[in-house]
Design a binder for this molecule. Structure first.
Ligand SMILES: [Zn+2]
Length: 225
């Protein structure tokens, strides 16, 4: 990350090795007494740069959550379509949005599901429990049980994440711009509770041409019996 920290670090490195000392006009006696200090400062600057980088990464990852939270602070009620566990479309309802504190979500979710749904993290490809699942059924939100996808629209994307060409009902998911990690993507979240689910891309199969690239950890599969 180009920053003042980097420049500071390079300068101190040059100082402590003696390179470029003349150019800096630093008397040698003074240099020798300053070296330990400079090393400490260089180390501190490096540590700060690393911490700043980490903070920036978290900041970027949190943008999706914040965008979603901004939406959450708007309407307290949302409209979703209810589905039975058999995948039968029941009715469209307007219900109160599910809002919980981080402590409440942490109690309900394991740390992986919390990081993904509430902090917009992404699971490692080919590690989730649903990317290679071919059973018939529906996928509900791990946080609030809102119906999200039907296995009838699941396809082999080869990405290592469960992929669908459309949600079970357009009302049940929310899309928002996500520019985190230096990419322009469209994040997909649960309408009912704002859980981050994954992203949608336009390189999917027919009939929609869309690829809803989801995190297994955001979903709960209900097998059709
Ligand atoms: Zn949800």
């Amino acid at each position: 990350m180009p920053s003042d920290f980097d420049r500071q670090t390079s300068k101190h490195d040059a100082d402590s090795s003696g390179v470029g000392t003349a150019g800096l006009g630093c008397p040698s006696e003074q240099r020798s007494t300053q070296e330990p200090n400079q090393r400490r400062r260089a180390f501190l600057a490096t540590s700060l740069a690393a911490a700043a980088g980490l903070a920036l990464w978290h900041l970027r990852a949190r943008r999706v959550v914040e965008a979603v939270s901004a939406a959450a602070s708007g309407p307290k009620e949302v409209t979703v379509v209810l589905f039975s566990d058999a995948g039968e479309r029941l009715k469209k309802v307007t219900i109160e949005k599910v809002v919980k504190t981080d402590a409440e979500w942490r109690k309900q979710l394991d740390s992986n599901a919390f990081d993904i749904t509430r902090r917009a993290d992404t699971e490692i490809a080919f590690t989730g429990k649903y990317w290679n699942l071919h059973d018939k059924g529906i996928y509900r939100c791990i946080c609030c049980d809102n119906a999200l996808f039907d296995s009838a629209t699941k396809f082999e994307s080869g990405t290592g994440w469960p992929s669908f060409w459309q949600p079970i009902a357009k009302e049940n998911v929310h899309q928002s711009a996500d520019s985190s990690l230096g990419m322009d993507r469209i994040a997909v979240s649960c309408t009912e509770c704002d859980a981050h689910l994954g992203h949608v891309f336009d390189d999917g199969p027919r009939p929609t041409g869309l690829r809803y690239c989801m995190n297994s950890a955001s979903l709960r599969f209900v097998k059709r019996v």
